[in-house]
Structure formats: C-alpha cells, structure tokens
Design a protein around this ligand. Structure first.
Ligand code: C2E
Ligand code: CA
Ligand code: CA
Length: 400
C-alpha cells in the first residue's frame, strides 16, 4: 500500500493540546487512533464535556459556522488524527444549502446554550460569543429564499393559486389538433404569474409534487372533457410526471381513480417522463410499466438533452418520443446536428415509437421535421400554452 500522505495526518502525544478555546477553527478531525477529550474552564475548573474515540469526528462546529473554537481539545492517549479541511465539508454542504443553514442555526443554539451555562456558573463568556449574530449571513440568502418559496408553495396549493395552461399537439401534415400538454403555472399574489422552472424543482424536492400532481390530474381531466366537447373529437391529454411522483406506490391507483371519475380511458392520457427516471432505480420504472400495461400512453420527454440512452428506448414500450427543442434549434444551425436528429428519428421509426417535435417556432423548422417524417408537432408556430378560456377563443367550436 502506498504510504499515506503526511499532510492529512497529525499525531499528538497523551496530554498534548490539539486546540484551545478561542482558537480559529480552520479544520475538523477524524480520529484514526487514540482518544480525545473536549473541555472547558468552568469556575476555575477544567470540565470534560465529551470524549471521542476511533472513527469519530470532532472540531467540526467551528468550521461549519466559521466561528472560533468554543472549547479545547486534548489527546487523552497517543493519537493519530486525519485532518478534514473546511472546503471538504463545505463542498458537501454547498450542495444542500438548506441543510447548511439548518446546521448553522442548530450550532448557534448550542453555542448560545453553552455560553449561558458558563455565565450562570460564573465564568467568562466564550471567545466566540460576540459574533453569534453574524452566523446567518448574506451568503445564506438563497437558502432562506428557498425556504420562503417552499412555504409560499404550500400556501399556493391550499389557496388554489396553481393554474394549468394547455398547448396543442398537432398532426404535422394536417395541423389538426390531436391532444394537449398540460403545463403548470402559479398565479401568485406577490409574484404574479410564475413559470414552472422557478418552482418545479422545489415541488419535486419537497413532497408537494404529489398533492400538486393530484390536483393537476383533477383539473386537466375536467378540462379534457370540456375540450373534447368543444372540438367535437377525440383528444389526449399529456401530463408531465416527475421522478418523485413515481416514488409514490399509489401513483397508478390514483391515476385510475381520476380517469374513472371523469369517464376517461387510459389511452386518452399520456404520461411524459424524462430519462432521469433511469437514475432512480427500479421502482419508478415498475410503476410506469404498470401504467403502460393498464393502457396509458407513455412518452419520453426532452430526448436529446440528457444522456440520450438508446438502450432505454428499447427496454420499454414507449408510445412516443419528444425531440427536445434545443436539438431542433441545433439541427437548424449545424449540419452535423441535423445528422444526429435524423439518426434519432430513424431509430424511433425503426422501434415504432411515434415522434413529437417540440418548440417549433418557424415554417423552416416545421419543414425540417416534416422532411424527417416526424408525425406530431408542438410549438409557438401552432399555439402557445393557453388557459382553457383563451384556448376555446383561439380555436372555433368543432375544429382545430
Ligand atoms: P417541457 O415538458 O419540456 O415543456 C415544454 C416547454 O416548452 C414549456 O415551457 C412550453 O411553454 C415551452 N414551449 C412550447 N412551445 C415552445 C416554443 O415554440 N418555443 C419555446 N421557446 N418554448 C416553447 P414551460 O411551460 O415553461 O414548462 C417548462 C418545464 O416545466 C416543462 O418543460 C416541464 O419540464 C416542467 N413542467 C411544466 N408543467 C409541469 C407539470 O405540471 N408537472 C411537472 N412535473 N413538470 C412540469
Ligand atoms: Ca413535457
Ligand atoms: Ca420537453
């Protein structure tokens, strides 16, 4: 085995001080060998607050909240310690800013309590006490904003502030409307009409996406029946389904309940999922297979933006594949990307998967996908996503 780099290890002899109360907290330690005690001076006496042994971490508080050490550490026996640099812990915490903020709040409380106890028992305040209030800094603002947004979204659900807009999906040759994609918006009192990219991630991170998803089904199926009546024809409704929704084992049951309540058949409902479902293990795929088996239509969304895993296409009986609009744009500009697009459409045709081109804005783009035998299209060229009331004004009764 190669020797361990010396710089990440520090050795201390029994009785040696590792850090003192009030020292700057530049790193934490993982105990590889030996025992360490943490202590504080209370009324002239040295009080041991904790002891740690092999495999335990200490000294992390000061690097998490950026304050000085609030107690001293000493080796009880000969020790080998691995140094954990501030940045290592920070990299992890930066990925989850809300956790970071909560950790800081917790540490602030612990330090405050320790400080009060020390004061009650008559000792001086800890060296770090005066800076407690600066713990929650401007850098935490994004995390605080997310917490606030999360609460506002709870409120939005309870107060029916979500809206659905519907964008037609048309037959590329005839431009006849075949169905609609339901796209969520939030009519917020403070923020106005908020697009989904601002809040979908947060809905998915919290479990709010499950009740919101349920509301979407209820609303979209009610409107599908009204649209069918208005257009006087069969139509399908496409719903965006997030990975998190497919973690809920009742997903298909609930879908069945909603469709049945509206007298709809499964073939009138299309579920749009992205390749992210592949990374979520088997449970989501199993639920999707169950939905497929019950007759719901399954579509791959955003194909050409992520991993574009072609094996995924063969594994599952997908009904349709949506070519992402970024791929369409790229194919218009770059002949090599046009070859890629042609390849994807060829594979889909070969696997009998219907194609939908999304984000068609110009006649030229329409010409390109028509030339590739793409069957369905969606985009501003045909119609923007619209609320039900406006949609029926744009499309005269009985036709699309
Ligand atoms: P998406 O599923 O890829 O939806 C298509 C997006 O492209 C929509 O953005 C739509 O308004 C936009 N779009 C349609 N035609 C055109 C066009 O011609 N040009 C351009 N530039 N854009 C076009 P939107 O409504 O802002 O939705 C963004 C994303 O938010 C959606 O992307 C979807 O991933 C997510 N989303 C929307 N509604 C829901 C929902 O109910 N549930 C879930 N889980 N996700 C949703
Ligand atoms: Ca979609
Ligand atoms: Ca898409």
């Amino acid at each position: 085995m190669p020797p361990k780099p010396a710089s990440i290890y520090r050795n201390y002899q029994a009785g040696e001080t590792i850090f003192k109360d009030g020292d700057p907290g530049d790193c934490a330690y993982l105990i590889e060998r030996g025992q360490v005690s943490i202590h504080k001076h209370v009324q002239g006496e040295d009080v041991v607050m904790a002891t740690f042994g092999k495999g335990e971490i200490f000294g992390e508080m000061a690097i998490l909240d950026g304050l000085n050490r609030s107690a001293a550490a000493r080796a009880i026996e000969d020790c080998q310690l691995m140094v954990i640099q501030r940045e290592q812990l920070f990299d992890q915490l930066q990925k989850t800013p809300i956790t970071h903020l909560l950790v800081k709040i917790l540490l602030k409380r612990i330090r405050n309590t320790t400080d009060k106890l020390a004061r009650v028992s008559g000792t001086a305040m800890t060296s770090s006490a005066p800076v407690f209030d600066s713990v929650i800094e401007a850098a935490d603002q994004p995390a605080i904003d997310r917490i606030r947004l999360g609460s506002e979204l709870q409120h939005a659900l309870a107060h029916e502030e979500f809206r659905l807009h519907y964008q037609p999906i048309v037959d590329i040759q005839s431009r006849k409307v075949l169905g609609f994609e339901a796209l969520i918006r939030w009519q917020s009192q403070n923020r106005g009409l908020v697009p989904p990219n601002v809040f979908i991630d947060l809905l998915e991170e919290s479990s709010l996406i499950v009740p919101v998803g349920s509301w979407i089904q209820e609303r979209a199926f009610t409107d599908l029946n009204r649209l069918k009546a208005h257009f006087g024809t069969e139509l399908f409704m496409s719903l965006n389904i997030s990975v998190r929704q497919l973690e809920n084992s009742f997903f298909v049951e609930e879908l069945n309940r909603h469709t049945a309540a509206h007298g709809l058949g499964p073939a009138e409902v299309k579920l749009e999922v992205t390749e992210r479902i592949l990374m979520d293990g088997q449970s989501g795929l199993a639920l999707l297979a169950d939905a497929k088996q019950k007759g719901y239509l399954i579509s791959i969304d955003d194909f050409g933006t992520g991993y574009s895993n072609f094996q995924f296409l063969t594994k599952f009986g997908f009904d349709s594949l949506k070519v992402d609009r970024s791929l369409l744009r790229a194919a218009m500009l770059d002949p090599q990307m046009a070859v890629v697009l042609r390849g994807i459409t060829g594979i889909a045709h070969g696997l009998s998967i219907d194609l939908i081109a999304e984000g068609i804005e110009t006649e030229e783009e329409l010409g390109l996908v028509r030339g590739l035998n793409v069957g369905m299209g969606q985009g501003y060229l045909f119609a923007k996503p619209l609320p039900f009331d406006e949609l029926i004004k744009v499309y005269p009764k009985g036709g699309g």
